[in-house]
Design a protein around this ligand. Structure first.
Ligand code: 3PG
Length: 348
């Protein structure tokens, strides 16, 4: 007969798994809605610096309102907290605007397929900058995850790759004008920036009284302050006014609702993702984020009517299988403990 002491940890581990699964499902669903509205907005009003700023402004306003009305208890922060948050906010700002610029230039699925390499960036940064290494099965499980995501978006990838490669060729041809392919580069920059953001966010949250939800709110506010002057410098009111007239003429007032929806859902999905990050390692977070991209790729293919081939479905299945391998690998639980600096080996 099992003793109470043996039963409790197993049930609390199951409860923890259930909680993280609910966070992940909510995060992915909110992200799908964000991506659809974000692309609709960028198609009609292609000003990624402004739309990135508006997403942060909306999230900041929502959280300030929640704190003032006591819907959410305001975090107790000091100067040291904000100082430590600054590099995280710089990384968040760069990652956010780079991804949005990418999505304004290429198909949603193209950006997401490049961004599915985020776990690889995570292990590379951990290995070469932080000096943390991982067991071989972890590296191996990344191959089907990233490769499978690649196949899932193969149709769009071919189409956009031709355009991006042409930009690169032109840039090499004309040495005076170095133009990097914005869709590809934006997504790659975003990968790198978000890995730093995740690792340092995790460190910032550990042992602190600030919850994942409030940590992300503070991050949003600081990123908004950082991004606003750059958005004005890169695009500016003149361009926005002209673009707005065109969007109104082409789409009508609906575009305003789309901007509202993309901004609200941007904040909500990130908030839930930070509630997950509070509980898991940065690498598990990156893998969850990559798996999220399958739902985004599938839904954007449906909504934006991209033709699908069996190879795309096969890719999604391979990526899901890779994630299964990662989660089954007992050694990944040790990685989890190492990264988190915790003694227990909860597997995610
Ligand atoms: C953004 O605008 O920040 C990106 O669309 C989000 O990228 P993510 O899918 O990695 O959160």
């Amino acid at each position: 007969k099992e003793s109470k002491a043996e039963v409790l940890p197993a049930s609390s581990e199951a409860a923890q798994k259930l909680k993280i699964s609910i966070y992940f499902a909510t995060w992915w669903a909110l992200n799908v809605i964000f991506n659809i509205y974000n692309k609709k907005v960028l198609n009609a009003f292609p000003y990624p610096w402004l739309t990135s700023t508006l997403s942060l402004a909306c999230g900041s306003a929502m959280m300030l309102f929640s704190w003032v009305t006591c819907l959410v208890e305001a975090p107790k922060t000091d100067l040291d907290f904000w100082k430590a948050l600054f590099p995280v906010a710089v990384a968040h700002t760069i990652g956010h605007v780079a991804a949005t610029v990418s999505m304004s230039k290429v198909a949603v699925s193209f950006t997401h397929i490049i961004k599915s390499a985020e776990p690889a960036f995570s292990v590379l940064v951990s290995r070469f900058i932080l000096g943390e290494s991982f067991p071989m099965p972890v590296y191996l499980s990344l191959l089907p995850i990233i490769g499978g995501c690649g196949l899932a978006a193969a149709t769009e990838l071919n189409f956009n790759m031709i355009g991006e490669a042409a930009i690169l060729m032109y840039s090499f041809h004309d040495a005076n004008s170095l133009i990097l392919p914005p869709g590809f580069m934006g997504a790659m920059i975003s990968n790198l920036a978000f890995v730093f953001r995740n690792i340092f966010s995790k460190r910032g949250m550990k042992g602190k009284s600030v919850s994942g939800m409030n940590y992300y709110a503070c991050l949003s506010i600081m990123s908004l302050v950082i991004l606003t002057p750059f958005a004005i410098a890169m695009e500016g009111p003149q361009m926005w006014a002209t673009g707005w007239q065109k969007a109104l003429a082409d789409v009508g007032p609906n575009v305003l609702w789309w901007i509202g929806a993309q901004s609200v859902f941007y904040h909500l999905y990130n908030q839930v993702s930070y509630m997950s990050l509070d509980q898991i390692s940065p690498l598990t977070f990156s893998i969850g984020n990559t798996m999220k991209r399958i739902s985004v790729i599938v839904s954007s293919i449906i909504i934006f009517r991209t033709p699908v081939r069996p190879v795309n479905a096969l890719g999604a299945a391979i990526a899901i299988f890779g994630t299964f391998l990662y989660s089954q690998d007992r050694q990944s639980s040790e990685v989890y403990s190492i990264v988190e600096g915790q003694v227990h080996g909860r597997r995610m």
